[in-house]
Design a protein around this ligand. Structure first.
Ligand code: ZN
Length: 302
């Protein structure tokens, strides 16, 4: 699933490809692509509009349109925005934006989880300070981790507000911090030497400082390498990223930890496959106790 670095890569490329193009028409080939709006309503809002900018918010690609609206695209698992790419498999094209100059931006998505919506652009900049659980995700996204506002003291106060949350699921909460997904959370926690199950409130000041640095390090490295391609991700020109060659722990169960040489462990945290080094990332005391319990031999019946 594309995370911040992948979506940032796509948005930067599209900026050079579609800005200043005017939309002639929008065509949906999948009934749920524009849920809950009918495709016709979305098409009517797009027709004749000029794209003034392309950017990223969280894991969404945002096309700013003249007049103040924005087209928001959620790529989810397998969505791809392709421009000027030959040989696109027509079976997986779920939507197309035709420009007046005759070119086309295509949305290809094998799994069909991706969505498109036209929204008021100002809704995207709300910072999710007040929790609005029923608001659509794009209008209640949290802090951008590469923005100036993501300071050490901001992170410290987030952890203080959510002391009982396990740190890894908290990093994945898009309403807290927008854009971090499974891969970059795993890589950042390894770099910061923090176990994924540590409670946010238990992190010491030096650990929070390491985590702050590690989050930005992992995301910037991902952007520099054009994102990570595992199964599906390709950029707007149909090319794979290179970050997958640089994973320290992600997908490396059993391989030696690049820092201490001991084998990387795969576990499941809050339903997501997780990788960590059991030596560099010490488990919280409660977790060690639970493991000792399951490992202990059952008392024999007399
Ligand atoms: Zn290690």
């Amino acid at each position: 699933m594309p995370e911040l670095p992948e979506v940032e890569t796509i948005a930067r490329q599209l900026r050079g490809l579609v800005v200043d193009r005017t939309i002639r028409d929008f065509e949906s080939r999948w009934i749920r692509l524009t849920d809950p709006e009918p495709a016709e309503v979305v098409a009517a809002r797009l027709r004749g509009r000029r794209i003034t900018g392309v950017r990223r918010r969280g894991k969404f690609v945002v096309f700013d349109l003249d007049g103040g609206d924005a087209l928001v695209v959620s790529l989810r698992m397998t969505g791809k925005l392709l421009y000027g790419v030959d040989g696109v498999d027509e079976r997986y094209v779920r939507g197309q934006i035709h420009f007046v100059d005759g070119t086309t931006l295509r949305f290809s998505d094998t799994r069909k989880f991706g969505r498109m919506a036209v929204v008021d652009a100002s809704a995207l900049d709300a910072k999710g300070e007040r929790p609005r659980p029923r608001a659509p995700l794009h209008s209640s996204l949290g802090q951008e981790p590469l923005a100036r506002g993501f300071t050490l003291s901001w992170l410290r106060s987030l952890l203080r507000r959510r002391p009982r949350a396990a740190i890894k699921p908290l990093l994945l909460d898009q309403r807290a911090i927008a854009g971090i997904g499974n891969i970059y959370a795993i890589e950042a926690l390894w770099r910061a030497r923090i176990h994924p199950l540590r409670k946010a409130g238990s992190l010491r000041p030096d650990e929070i400082a390491r985590l702050h640095e590690a989050i930005r390090w992992a995301l910037r490295k991902g952007i520099r390498l054009g994102g990570a391609s595992r199964r599906d991700y390709v950029d707007a020109r149909g090319r794979q990223g290179r970050m997958q060659r640089e994973f320290q722990v992600y997908g490396r169960a059993g391989a030696p930890c690049p820092r201490c040489g001991r084998p990387i462990l795969r576990t499941v945290v809050a339903g997501r496959g997780t990788f960590h080094c059991p030596h560099c990332q010490r488990a919280p005391r409660s977790e060690r106790a639970a493991r000792a319990m399951t490992a202990a031999p059952r008392p024999r019946r007399p």
